[in-house]
Design a binder for this molecule. Sequence first.
Ligand code: TEU
Ligand code: CA
Length: 562
Amino acid sequence: MYALQLKSYAFGHSYILKYKGDKMKMKSKWWKKAVIYQIYPRSFQDSNGDGIGDLRGIIKRLDYLAHLGIDAIWLSPVYASPQDDNGYDISDYKNIDPMFGTMEDMEDLITEAGKKNIRIIMDLVLNHTSDEHAWFMEAQRSINNSYHDYYVWRDGGEDAPPNDLKSVFGGSAWEWVPGLKQYYFHQFSKKQPDLNWENPKLRQELYDMINWWIKKGVGGFRLDVIDQIAKEPDLKITNNGPKLHIYLRELNQKTFGNKDLITVGEAWGATPELSRIFSNPDGSEFSMVFQFEHIGLDQQEGKDKWDLFPMNFVKLKHVFEKWQHALYDTGWNSLFWNNHDLPRAVSRFGNDTDYRVESAKMLATLLHGMQGTPYIYQGEELGMTNVKFSIDQYRDIETLNMFKERLEKGYNKDHIIQSLWAKSRDNARTPMQWDSSQNAGFTEGNPWIMLNSNYKEINAENQVSDPNSVFSYYKRLIQLRHENEVLLNGRFELLFPDSKEIFAYKRVFYEKKINVYCNFTDQNVKCIRNIKKEDILIMNYEDFNKEYLRPYEAMIIKGYIS
Ligand code: TEU
Ligand code: CA
């Protein structure tokens, strides 16, 4: 196995040497071959019985992650926080919330993970802080306070906000502070005031904080809503503001720019053109961004995610094709189906009843066959599913606000609940399903949010030892990504672009190629392929058939350009 890895590395390298200087550096970046695993700490593993996952819990599960074979963990925020938005409201960037443990636990996690060659990617929230952050407490005291300008303030009369900009979580984006006779701007909850990036002192404080984390030995950063930092609220510009790339280049130069770290910016407003700037191979901004175009295809046009609509499958293919082409050699893609804000992939894009295992593997094949860095969201590797809660079982601020708002607007309650079952962020936040014991081995106490009742059937213990499980399939896929140079470097070519059932594509690297075939339906679909058993790199059925693809069948086949 090791020899094989070396060989493919050597091959990649000789190719690199023939290539232009800049690209040489680029091709050898570790994060291009890496598979990242996202942990939502409060739902991963509790170690002290308080019902909330914590850092000691993660340390306990590092063997599981090493066994899966991932290269890095993206850790959703564990900093001190009032938890209004589950940690995305930070009150102290340089402290760990006691709920999750101590700074010593954090350092242990970095060290222990490092021993298993797993890097820790911190989640940086630089667009806003908590309203309980010391800066905001000061800022609120008086308009002459030196921290006042760390946030975005505007004059206005009571009940007359500067404009009608809305918060992502509902209601106005402006909050009135009577003592100051001013409004502050918040794109998320009112407990998440936006930072003012116009202020160079604020920017420098953020850079110092980031460098402090870099010194602790982290492997990189995921940057929360980073395309929203350069807002111009008077012009109603929230993302991609005119100064965005000036700020990002400064951020890069003052912190991670010359370090061997992975950086991934969350950018809901990213287009392919913008993403070439964000992920420019010259390293001036980030390694890559999360863009969400494939995530918005199952909602009514011009409406929001709650307004459900059947997904346009052909469009999905073309969206992936567009991004694969656009960033080839000019940037880098991140590959993901889900995260802590999104529904479970198998429920959303697959079939979580009759073909749960097949479709979970199919989705994994489809994504991991493309060019980019794949992200696995905790539990995805088990084929965990969405949950059908009643309203009192939901915990997420976005969900609860939306429910209230839509009820007030006169929406039918059952209709709202249908939207929540499909799209609530809590679908992704039910506790990790470790085994079939009480609370799935997540906690010995009362879990902060209910478990998905299917944990006796879907859990890690069942799957780790089963060679046919979703888990074992992910493990093999990850291995393949580490070894296969066509997966790393090959260009992308969509096959059967108009098929309404099959998602298939080629990856081509010099004379080598691979073909990826995925059936997106629960029917047999005709698809004639000339396959030899020895060329199959991975497949989700035990045998193969040259004439048709069975329900949710998927395979990756290697070959040569003839
Ligand atoms: O998410 C950004 C964001 O815009 C989401 O809130 C998204 O709009 C929503 O989930 C889709 O309906 C990031 C974090 O990932 C999220 O968890 C935070 O709540 C948010 O930023 C604020 O920090
Ligand atoms: Ca705990």
